[in-house]
Design a protein around this ligand. Structure first.
Ligand code: ADP
Ligand code: MG
Length: 427
């Protein structure tokens, strides 16, 4: 058996183990991304929570404009998130300060209100101020730590790499005689590794494949330049190494060496998306955020690109956050699926469970939109329309994201929680 096949088997085994053990690679916690539009605020992503396990394909589904892309972009730090945290491999890489500032403001307002009171219940000025100061101190510490993690996590990651390179080379160099002919070669190798380690960034372990394969590739750059760009930024200068790596990934995504010198407009939609995939895998990511990678493609080509991602997932041991606007695309490909509606997550469970026992009315509505190649069924198929005002009564009993059955989360209030549990129990 060749070494490559052996390696691949090892990767598969590791992947299966990781999924079985439920090792978390990405954890998104109370993520909020608000945009200021004049005097109003658009809550594009509002309190989203989910975890992606190592080796799994996690589908994120919802209609256009519900905040899927924004979630992806916040994770890779294209935006500074308003509040909430993102952990990658156990390290906090994004942290917003909005919620902490809100708590501080609320404590301040509470103090002002308390001090306004007159008459018998005259406030104890000192005690009220002390109460506010205690909250402010606690929240300020959280803000400081959030800012530190958000801005410095990459530098700290680089520092770790530098330390590892130093630990590997310095003792060897010290033990060698400087006149030794091999000393110079080792010194050069050390300096090169040191330079690269300093440019390491944790966030490059997450790569995004963008929705529009035409708009996301610079028309003035050749395929080679596009694919190699990330490595050049990382500090790799050796032209031969770059070329070799580009050819290697081109082959991996089903293109050939000869394509390297061409420009994006010379390719079909499917091929352009393959270039997008090549550009992300050359960075050796652990997680790929594929943002509707097949939405702009012909149906016949969609399957090819999905199969490519699936093959790469196994071959390279990738974890994939797969964003789509319809459930049919993610059905067979995803292990778990989360459904989003207007910036909120409404349901999250395994792919099988979601199709078998959808609970949230919006999920049911999405499922009813999937056409089947069966004329008799199609004649009878009724579209369920989701109407939040008619479907829920949230005037008093407010909803939250709860675990209705093991691993099956739904956004619901107390009454709905009971109803959903009964539905599942009677299945
Ligand atoms: N940079 C931005 N500034 C202001 N509003 C934005 C920005 N990006 C996205 N939005 C808005 O946020 C909402 C969610 O957008 P998006 O995440 O692109 O949705 P999806 O990818 O699910 O189609 C939309 O209403 C969109 O108009
Ligand atoms: Mg989008």
């Amino acid at each position: 058996m060749s070494e490559q096949v052996l390696n691949q088997q090892e990767v598969l085994l590791q992947q299966e183990n990781a999924v079985a053990q439920g090792e978390t690679l990405l954890k998104v916690e109370n993520l909020c991304q608000y945009f200021k539009l004049g005097h109003s605020t658009l809550k594009a992503v509002n309190n989203v929570n989910f975890e992606v396990k190592k080796g799994e394909v996690f589908g994120l589904v919802g209609e256009s404009g519900c905040g899927k892309t924004t979630t992806g972009r916040s994770i890779i730090k294209l935006y500074n998130c308003t509040s909430g945290n993102v952990y990658f491999g156990g390290k906090r890489i994004c942290a917003g300060t909005g919620a902490y500032k809100e708590t501080k403001k609320a404590a301040f307002n509470a103090m002002v209100e308390a001090l306004k009171a007159k008459g018998d219940d005259k406030p104890d000025f000192k005690a009220e101020v002390a109460k506010y100061l205690a909250v402010a101190k606690e929240e300020n510490a959280k803000i400081k730590s959030a800012k530190h993690d958000h801005n410095k996590c990459d530098k700290e990651y680089a520092k770790e790499h530098v330390a590892a390179v130093k630990a590997e080379y310095l003792p060897k160099l010290k033990a060698m005689d400087k006149k030794d002919p091999e000393y110079k070669a080792l010194l050069f190798k050390y300096l090169k590794e040191y330079r690269l380690a300093r440019k390491e960034r944790l966030v490059t372990k997450i790569q995004m494949v963008f929705q529009d394969p035409i708009a996301s590739l610079d028309p003035r750059m050749t395929v080679k330049e596009i694919i190699a760009e990330g490595l050049i930024i990382k500090g790799i200068r050796d032209k031969e190494v770059l070329e070799e790596k580009v050819y290697e990934v081109l082959e991996k995504v089903g293109l050939v060496k000869e394509h390297a010198g061409r420009y994006p407009h010379e390719f079909s939609g499917g091929q352009r998306q393959r270039i997008g995939v090549a550009r992300s895998i050359i960075m050796k990511p652990e997680l790929i955020i594929a943002d509707e990678p097949v939405s702009a493609l012909d149906v016949s080509i969609q399957a090819q690109v999905i199969n490519l991602l699936n093959d790469l997932r196994h071959e390279l041991g990738l974890t994939i956050l797969f964003i789509a606007h319809d459930l049919s695309v993610v059905k067979y490909f995803s292990d778990r699926i989360a459904v989003m509606y207007f910036g909120n997550m409404v349901e999250l469970t395994t792919s099988e469970e979601l199709f078998k026992n959808p609970l949230h009315p919006y999920t049911k509505s999405l499922l009813s939109a999937i056409p089947l190649p069966d004329p008799i069924y199609e004649k009878k198929r009724e579209r369920i329309v989701y109407n939040p005002l008619a479907d829920h009564d949230y005037t008093v009993d407010k909803p939250s994201f709860r675990e209705v059955a093991p691993g099956h989360f739904v956004s619901c209030n107390d009454a709905e929680f009971k109803k959903y549990q009964e539905i599942l129990a009677n299945k």
